[in-house]
Design a protein. Structure first.
Length: 292
C-alpha cells in the first residue's frame, strides 16, 4: 500500500519553480524594452507595487526610502545591516503577494550605496543581498558617506578606485554562485561623476564604459541634465541602463518619460534600458515653513 501511494504521488504534476531572482532579472533585460521600476522600501510598499494593476515587472529597494522610514536623510547614515534587514522584508512581501496571485515574484534591485567600506565589506554587501533574494545590487562611486544623487555637495572617488569597487562587486557576484550554487545578484554600477562640482558628461561616460569592461551587468549614469545627454550615454555605453526620472529639481523629469523610453528602441547595440522612477518629491513648503 505504501509503495502504491508513493507511486501516485510521483505521478502528480510538479509545479514550475520560479526563476532565481538574478535569472528573472536577466531574462527581463533580454526583452529589449523599457521597464518602469518603481521604488519600494518596506513590506507595505513592496506589496502595493507587486499587486498594482500596472503589473510592474521589476522594482528597486531605494536607500532614500529605507532611510526616510527610519527618520533619516539619504546621507549614508544607515548601516548595511539595516538596509539588508529591509531587503529581507521587501523580498518576503514580494514573494507573499506573488503567491497570493499565483505568479512569480518580481525581481528587486537593492541599493548597496558605496559597498559600505573595504573590499571585504563590498563582498559581504553583495553576498548578504543575495541571501536576501535580491536580483541585483547597485554600487556607486561616491565618497563615503554618500549623499542623495540629486543634491549638491557630492564627491566621487578617483576613476581607478571607482572601477576597483565595481570589479570587487562583480567578483563577489561570481563567487556567490560558486558558494551557493545559484546565480549571484547582478551588479548595477552607478556613477555620480556628472553631478559633482565641475563634473562632465565625458567623465561619467568614461566611467560607465569602464564599469562594463569590469563586468557590470547594468550601468546608471546619475543626473544627466538633458535628454540629449541621455541619448549620448545610450549611444556610447553598451548594455542595459537605468534612468532616474524625478518630479522636480530639474534634470530629467517624468515629463521626459516618452522621450527616454524611445531611446530604448534605438539605444546602443539595441540593448534594453530599465527606467527607475525616483520617490515622489514632497510638496514645496511656503517660505515660512521652509527649513534652513
Amino acid at each position: 500500500m505504501i509503495t502504491y501511494i508513493l507511486a501516485l504521488l510521483l505521478m502528480l504534476p510538479t509545479p514550475a519553480l520560479p526563476l532565481a531572482p538574478p535569472l528573472a532579472l536577466k531574462t527581463l533585460l533580454s526583452s529589449n524594452t523599457c521597464h518602469l521600476m518603481p521604488c519600494v522600501y518596506d513590506g507595505l510598499s513592496a506589496s502595493l507595487v507587486a499587486r498594482s494593476h500596472h503589473h510592474f515587472n521589476v522594482t528597486f529597494q531605494t536607500g532614500f526610502g529605507v532611510a526616510s522610514v527610519a527618520g533619516y536623510p539619504d546621507a549614508g547614515i544607515l548601516q548595511r545591516a539595516e538596509n539588508n534587514n529591509a531587503a529581507f522584508t521587501v523580498a518576503e512581501a514580494l514573494a507573499n503577494t506573488a503567491l497570493s496571485h499565483n505568479r512569480s515574484p518580481i525581481p528587486c534591485i537593492a541599493d548597496g550605496d558605496t559597498g559600505h567600506g573595504s573590499a571585504m565589506n563590498i563582498r559581504r554587501t553583495i553576498h548578504q543581498y543575495g541571501r536576501a533574494q535580491m536580483a541585483g545590487v547597485m554600487i556607486e562611486d561616491q565618497v563615503s558617506p554618500k549623499r542623495c544623487g540629486h543634491v549638491d555637495g557630492k564627491e566621487v572617488v578617483a576613476f581607478e578606485e571607482a572601477v576597483r569597487r565595481i570589479k570587487i562587486a562583480c567578483d563577489a557576484r561570481d563567487e556567490y554562485e560558486l558558494l551557493y550554487n545559484t546565480p549571484g545578484p547582478l551588479i548595477l554600477a552607478r556613477t555620480d561623476a556628472r553631478g559633482v562640482a565641475d563634473g562632465t558628461l565625458e567623465d561619467a561616460i568614461r566611467r560607465c564604459q569602464a564599469f562594463i569592461d569590469a563586468g557590470a551587468d547594468l550601468t546608471f549614469l546619475e543626473a544627466p541634465q538633458t535628454v540629449a545627454e541621455m541619448e549620448e550615454y545610450c549611444e556610447r555605453v553598451p548594455g542595459p541602463k537605468v534612468s532616474k526620472l524625478l518630479r522636480a529639481r530639474g534634470y530629467l523629469t517624468v515629463q521626459d518619460d516618452n522621450k527616454i523610453c524611445s531611446l530604448c528602441q534605438k539605444g546602443a547595440n539595441s540593448e534594453p534600458m530599465v527606467k527607475h522612477e525616483d520617490e515622489p518629491t514632497p510638496t514645496p513648503q511656503s517660505p515660512s515653513q521652509a527649513s534652513h
